[in-house]
Design a protein around this ligand. Structure first.
Ligand code: SF4
Length: 483
């Protein structure tokens, strides 16, 4: 999982807060004390911020979107690229002014940057009172109390068990229709460019019954779509044994729940509850998962399958554990079992260490082969502590990285439009999420392939409607409601 936006776009990030990825909880919720929380990075981080809000709610904290009203300010950080960390430093500069106006406010840094830098963050950023890694959020109430007494706190212990399965997330910035459910934490893959294994630790899967319970609660609250979240959902594996993984191989009779099983369990809750998932890994996605998707109408037909590169030598340097041929075989399996309409999206990195022009062309030709609906696209950003930083020189000049990224983005734009044009004339079942961002006279929702559909009219959100497509752009389908 990498999941942000194209690096080149970041150059224009100041234009709208939305692009730089952070979200403030816009719920004004009443509690004796006030929490202000900002989240950066991937969906896992947004999901974690909902866990954090729930933990502090039990301590009497409400939430506020006004930073000057806050008793505690938390920033949940991403460390996937240098740029992401610089953005956090800029925010801490801004919070310096807030602290000047209110010296009693407690400021905490959470997430992957906290885990990567640990105590160094307290040394470098004097206004920071708390530093907590992704597995330490249960410790927040204690550390917040300590900070209120003037004592700085840190906990960056990475756990092999922690899944926060017993904590009901407080939905932040929710449209009341769609929600994320984290099904596992950590990652055992060691992609050479990635910090996640170091900042989120070893993989552990959450008890499937707690996931089904959370989805049932959401359904009762009116939600009609859940997205199952994990760095690599295909390696989800759970058994009743307390020490999950270690024993899995040994005791055959143990009931094991794999990702295909979990998908079916959630899909069987209610046919009106849509199920999506992210992120898949090419080496682990099985035909069993694809067949399970084809068996349930309410399991949405879209797969996020990051390729990262189209060249086998580069994939080897990235330690992705599959080559171009293996990836294409998985794409063929998706097309064979789920058809041409299944949405496929990817992550692409341009300009990885020693990438030649020919190898870059392999990435472009892979995009010609797959014709992705959408991709998250970046140029390579060396991250301290990763295998690539230790083993390979970051030797592709920035202007070449940017030019290659531009070519990947242009290629993607071409196929996003082409794939959407194929939908003109078709009718899709759309789950209505609310008013369109474009016009008060229009509504928007998404079809099973995770494409945004905009149409005229006024209909209740959280309901399904059939829409016939008559036009499109690279990012949106436009249609009219049909019976
Ligand atoms: S190590 Fe690889 S699979 Fe795991 S989160 Fe990073 S990019 Fe994704």
């Amino acid at each position: 999982m990498q999941g942000l936006i194209a690096d080149i776009d970041l150059i224009e990030e100041e234009k709208s807060t939305e692009t730089c990825g952070y979200k403030v909880s816009n719920e004004e919720e009443f509690g004796s004390k006030k929490l202000y929380i900002e989240s950066y990075g991937c969906q896992m981080n947004y999901s974690d911020s909902e866990i954090v809000t729930s933990i502090l709610r039990k301590e009497g904290f409400g939430t506020t979107s006004h930073v000057d009203q806050a008793d505690v300010i938390l920033i949940n950080t991403c460390s996937i690229r240098e740029k992401a960390e610089q953005t956090v430093r800029n925010r801490l500069n801004y919070f310096r002014g807030v602290k000047k106006r209110n010296s009693d406010v407690t400021i905490g840094v959470l997430g992957c940057m906290a885990e990567r830098l640990k105590a160094k963050l307290l040394e470098e950023e004097k206004i920071v009172d708390l530093v907590l890694g992704p597995d330490a959020y249960r410790d927040l109430p204690k550390l917040v109390k300590q900070a209120e007494d003037g004592e700085k706190g840190i906990n960056t212990f990475l756990s092999r068990e922690e899944t926060y399965a017993d904590i009901a997330p407080v939905r932040l910035n929710s449209n009341g229709v769609t929600a994320f459910i984290s099904i596992m934490r950590g990652c055992d893959n060691m992609c050479s460019f990635c910090v996640v294994p170091f900042t989120r630790g070893r993989e552990r899967s959450r008890d499937p019954q707690s996931i089904v319970n959370e989805a049932q609660n959401l359904l009762r609250q009116g939600y009609r779509e859940v997205t199952l979240l994990g760095q690599n959902v295909d390696s989800y594996k759970w058994s009743a044994n307390e020490n999950n993984k270690a024993r899995l191989e040994k005791s055959e009779e143990t009931e094991i729940v794999n990702f295909a099983n979990l998908l079916a369990m959630v899909a069987e809750i209610d046919p009106d509850l849509r199920v999506r998932f992210s992120t898949s890994h090419p080496k682990d996605i099985t035909d069993e998962v694809l067949h399970t998707m084809s068996e349930y109408e309410n399991i949405c037909k879209n797969i996020h399958l990051p390729a990262q590169s189209g060249n086998s030598r580069i994939l080897k340097l990235m330690n992705r554990t599959y080559d171009r041929e293996w990836y294409i075989e998985r794409i063929n399996a998706i097309r064979r079992i789920l058809g041409e309409e299944c949405g496929i999206t990817s992550d692409m990195i341009a300009g990885f260490c020693s990438e030649t022009e020919e190898e870059h062309q392999d990435t472009l030709s892979l995009m010609d082969y797959v014709k992705y609906d959408f991709s998250y696209m970046f140029f390579y950003s060396e991250r301290p502590g990763t295998l690539a930083a230790k083993k390979y020189e970051d030797d592709i000049p920035l202007e070449i990285k940017k030019r290659r990224l531009q070519e990947v983005m242009e290629k993607q734009r071409q196929y996003s439009i082409e794939r959407n044009q194929l939908d003109i004339g078709k009718t899709f079942k759309v789950l209505i999420e609310g008013r369109s961002k474009r016009s008060e006279l229009q509504m928007q929702g998404r079809n099973t392939a995770n494409k945004v559909v905009v149409f005229d009219g006024d209909y209740p959100k959280g309901t399904y409607i059939n829409v016939q497509i008559h036009d499109c752009s690279a990012g949106t389908l436009f249609g009219k409601v049909v019976a």
